[in-house]
Ligand binder design. Sequence first.
Ligand code: P53
Length: 511
Amino acid sequence: MTEKKYKATPFPDGFLWGGSTAANQIEGAWNEGGRGPATSDFVRLFTKKMREEEPKEYDSRLPHNASTKEMVADMKEHPENWNLPKRRGIDFYHTYKDDLALMGEMGFKVFRMSISWSRIFPNGDDAQPNEEGLAFYDAVFDECHKNGMEPLVTLCHFDTPMHLAEEYDGFASRHTVDAFERYAATCFERYKGKVKYWLTFNEINNVITNPFTCSGVIFEQGETGNPYYGKWAYKYQVAHNQLVASAKAVIKCHEIDPDAKIGNMLCRLENYAESSKPEDQLQVLFEDHFNWFFSDVQAQGEYPYYMARFFRENGVEIEMENEDLDVLKRGVIDFVTISYYMTYIMRYKGEPVPKPSGSLVSQIKNPNLPMSDWGWTIDPIGFRITLNHIYDRYHLPIFISENGYGAVDELDENGYCADDYRIEYLKAHVEQLGEAIKDGVDVFGYGWWGPIDLVSSGTSEMTKRYGFISVDLDDEGKGTGRRGKKKSFFYYKKLIESNGADLSTDNIVEE
Ligand code: P53
């Protein structure tokens, strides 16, 4: 019936429209249900204002005058001195039924979420899994299906169990690789038949800029006297270990549930040269290589040629176990996923060095593009370009695991907001997604980041809202938690109903 009612759509039948979340940004209940602490429980609120007042050189989530270990110790001893919003989330642990019903009401076909590793293994490496944690996700997956959605599940989204961080320096140790493999296998066994789509690590490439957040690396940050601090060797060793862990999970997934598909997740940084100078274009090439490196290994099963020179010239010698290269070869992903938010401008630096750590925002402004309140450029055409680049490179089906617009919303007493700016962003990006599909790119789904307001990853703010559904909570955790429907809720519903054929903004029915 959709075909009759609407004009042709570039989107294939069964296209997976939906939204994306992460356990550490929605669940809350950080110490309930037998859950053990995770790195995300030790991440402070860090607003734009605080960021400006306290410039930093590395992980934006951490103060730069204290080592991670010192800070964690203080958070344990004086939790009252710290605002740690990821412990609260939006209370999804208790509200998931109502929240998923709202997603179902919009017509979602897919719900991307993550499992909190420390709900399943409180220490990350316990002898037995925690049944209460396993049962929670059973209930969530059942609820997804009840509401017409396939769960698409990330195994680890910025929340390494704290025990593995503190005792083993996270993925700096092979112990963590083994623990992850066992955790992944436990999930595949338990949820076989219930979960068809898996992802290994969220934004695996961000290990270079945010090693604590991405990989549970705790020693490296800000510790003066630490021989590894700031060294590429350490970061790329951690990256290697995590790539091996990812490949091992892929192999396990295929063994345990041959019907399931498993993908990667790359924070895709699409870069433009600042000028037509060949040097600037060369910098784009370098930067692309640092970004592609991760998905190249995951999709092609081997280290790409171009890293050898960087490793040689920067003293990086990856320690490998005998089986590693074979594991990487056998553990190639079934599909590719990316997050796409913005594009960056590159200026020649004279040598290949990855972007300065923690820079979520381009150092150089693009005069041709508008920006969000957080300085993120809005670039729908960049989305089409990036999709073509990915497909050209891997020829694998693509799922957009994140795309979205964080803004300050003025919510009324019903939690309503006429968020036309969000609608515009969505419309423009879906239009370009359609163009990419017409170009021949094989995309099978689109997950809007934060379909319900959630705690920001980069700043832990609630003020940076992404949702079609509002949540009455502020940065201090104050508010009723009540959910409301924004104007964009009705727009996305209509868009999904027409399978992307109806993108018009002048016939939105709000009811
Ligand atoms: P927030 C860097 C650049 C782009 C996206 O981000 C990034 C990052 C790392 O923080 O992260 C992804 O909440 C991430 C989500 C996150 C989302 O983008 O800082 O996978 O967890 O919430 C948006 O506005």
